[in-house]
Design a protein around this ligand. Sequence first.
Ligand SMILES: *[C@@H]1O[C@H](CO)[C@@H](O)[C@H](O)[C@H]1NC(C)=O
Length: 375
Amino acid sequence: MRSILYTTVASLLANPALSLVARGNLPPKFTVDSIGIQSSNFPGVYRDGGGGGTVNGVNMMTFSDTTTTTTGGITGPLKGFTDNTIAYVGHDGAPLHQTTDFGADGVPRMPIPFTQNETQYTADHFDKDGSRCVLWPQASIATIPTPDDSELGIAVYPVALYSSSTGTQTDLYNTLVEISADPVAGPQVARAVPQLFYAAQGPLYGGFSTVAAHGAPELYLFSKEWDASTLTGGMRVAKVATSSYRDRATYAYWDGSAWTADLAAASSAPAGLLFESSLSTGDVFWSDYYGTYVAVYFNSFADSTYYMRYALDGTVTGKWSDEIKLAATQPGTGSQPYNYAGHAYPTFGQSGKELVLSYTMAGGALTDMLKVTFA
Ligand SMILES: *[C@@H]1O[C@H](CO)[C@@H](O)[C@H](O)[C@H]1NC(C)=O
């Protein structure tokens, strides 16, 4: 009797498909609730952006241009300005819409550093022609184990030239960063690969989302592309071993039927598109609850709506589902009546059934958060 019981439990635990965790049925059923508009421990902080993850149990979110004012909202007297910030979210038992910022004198510091010549570019141009080098984080943080049993966040962010006079953004390359989560000092970020992929050479892999592969020591780096004249495009993927992400020569690219070292060939193969869709921002992640990869995103049509797709066979390179409308948000009115920077945080919820979402509210100053609960 006893041995039968042992055998049964052991085989249940050894077989993920029969694990004791309840699995959800796809297509998903779900409800959407408001979490609320974020507020920081530092008063007068206004910013846009999103994307993030959880490292060593610390939930964090990244932001782009961050303005701190003394009073009077976003147009009030300026106290500080930084190109990027990272906040802890719901830290130490705080509610999820409460952020913890790190900095001096109530101004969040810039955690993701510029290289010397990126700083030089802005010094040489900003006063003359209003252009500057920007590093606006806009993607998920993948979490990988370190040799000393800790965790490290890996993310890939674009570096671009931005002209405030014309409002144009020219992507140069993307950069791979390593993020650790010091609970007291805040996030520590290193530009592990200052320049990873070049905009002139093909897709900016990782710039859409980077995720640790399920059950394999690898990272998947997703890119997005969209041709507005033909209304075609979608998502592509590169992969690399977690032991060699600093070495570009060890990356492989999906061409639609195989992984290849040929970046140019794979990246121009029509079959290399994992699914066809317009994507502006979003995240790809492994869902334990559904036992497959999920993509959640905003499109580039500014309809302020989250969409979802899932991998039909549990792999990122197999077929993906059709698009499902996940949650619509209300953009309000104004000169730019749309919300943007939609993101998903699969690790922020209480169980695998919850998916936390964030978006920048129209106007670009505040972040609202929602929670999807899958049935
Ligand atoms: C910094 O220098 C590298 C190498 O010369 C170059 O590729 C890159 O575009 C430069 N970045 C900026 C912002 O000028």
